[in-house]
Design a protein around this ligand. Structure first.
Ligand SMILES: Nc1ncnc2c1ncn2[C@@H]1O[C@H](COP(=O)(O)OP(=O)(O)OP(=O)(O)O)[C@@H](O)[C@H]1O
Ligand SMILES: [Mg+2]
Length: 357
């Protein structure tokens, strides 16, 4: 038998589960509340299996306390050596929690599990967030399971705190469930520690970032209304400025209605005049400040995230977004996916904008 990674306490049940998974291989989903040792267990399994010559794919679906890639992304690593996994692909989901981004999270996990299998993973480990209570957790986990169709579920629990998530699969009997104890040596993290961990990852990520310009008319925009319509002329902006009694910087008309971006407080009372003028039912009025510091994903044509970026500024006269990013060339960028988290280049989370799936 090979040695365990240094300093890790290995309950005997952890050892026992290894041959049971090895014999079947396939996709393995890890479930557990926060601070139950999920990431540590993943590292232990990677170490053990790569020493035996097994190729292990790791899909890090924890968008907060990430093991692979910056927070807000689902990351993929392919492990052939017993060392810390390295990121080979990632998908930005929008925030450090799946709230409001459940579909993006589930899709990202599915896409990366498929990619791991395609790249030759004999066992694919899927790590998850510690979100296990409440309706969102129930829906998130069940949809994930339905999509990725794992052969095994590894459930780390102190008592029976995630039995409610396991119950349907216990009854169905297709997926092999492995219930595992939490090591007594687990160290719990406070909310502040979790935030500081994310801040450190973000700071390192944006350390050598530079500003790059992206033109709204040349690139696809996702998870935002901006860029989905036809730009309004300056005569329209003058009309809108008068009606809203503020400085309107930009406007678009789409089949959804009118999008207006201002740089001041607007006057709501006469929005009906805009609806009447353009014969639309929807008018969205946003302040340009809402976009500043917003975290975005710079994606290729398949929604793989090439890099994250922070919107520094919008030059709406030219439809240009200035984005701070470590990406050296924006040539491959085909889409900008808007998130809901606001971030400073030093990694501080300074707010969230509302976002719904
Ligand atoms: N088996 C173990 N032996 C020694 N230390 C452990 C063990 N399991 C967990 N720890 C320690 O406890 C802490 C939390 O563990 P870990 O990060 O693996 O938990 P997690 O469930 O992934 O947490 P999160 O909810 O943040 O994702 C870490 O500092 C880790 O080093
Ligand atoms: Mg973890």
């Amino acid at each position: 038998m090979t040695k365990a990674p240094k300093g890790i306490d290995i309950p005997s049940e952890w050892e026992d589960v290894i041959p049971k998974i090895e014999s079947k291989g396939g996709t393995v989903l890890l479930l557990g509340a926060p601070d139950t040792g999920k990431s540590t267990f993943v590292r232990f399994l990677i170490d053990r299996w790569t020493r035996q010559g097994i190729t292990v794919g790791i899909v890090d679906g924890d968008v907060g306390q990430s093991m692979l890639g910056p927070p807000t992304t689902v990351g993929l690593g392919m492990c052939r050596e017993p060392s810390e996994p390295e990121l080979i692909s990632m998908r930005f989901v929008g925030s450090t929690s799946p709230y409001g981004h459940m579909l993006a999270t589930v899709i990202a996990i599915k896409k990366l599990v498929d990619k791991a299998i395609k790249l030759g993973a004999e066992i694919t480990l899927v790590n998850t967030t510690g979100l296990v209570h409440g309706d969102l957790a129930r829906r998130l986990k069940s949809q994930k399971i339905e999509l990725i169709n794992p052969e095994h579920i590894l459930a780390l629990q102190r008592n029976n705190e995630i039995e409610h998530l396991l119950a349907p699969y216990q009854k169905e009997g297709r997926i092999v469930l492995h219930r595992l104890p939490v090591s007594r040596t687990v160290r719990t993290k406070s909310v502040q520690e979790r935030r500081a961990f994310r801040e450190k990852l973000f700071r390192k990520y944006f350390e050598n970032a530079e500003s790059r310009g992206v033109y709204i008319e040349e690139i696809a925009t996702q998870a935002t209304q901006l860029g989905s319509g036809k730009r309004l002329a300056s005569s329209d902006l003058n009309f809108l400025s008068k009606v809203l009694k503020t400085h309107v910087l930009y406007g678009e008309r789409s089949s959804e209605g009118i999008l207006v971006i201002t740089n001041g407080n607007h006057f709501e009372e006469e929005v009906f005049r805009i609806k009447r003028h353009y014969d639309v039912t929807e008018v969205s009025i946003l302040n340009v400040d809402g976009y500043r510091n917003l975290l975005v994903g710079l994606n290729d044509s398949d929604s793989n995230t090439l890099a994250l970026g922070i919107i520094e500024d919008l030059d709406l006269k030219y439809g240009k977004l200035s984005i701070l990013t470590p990406l050296s060339s924006s040539a491959e960028v085909k889409a900008v996916r808007f998130g809901s988290l606001k971030l400073t280049p030093s990694g501080k989370e300074i707010g969230k904008v509302t976002h719904h799936d």
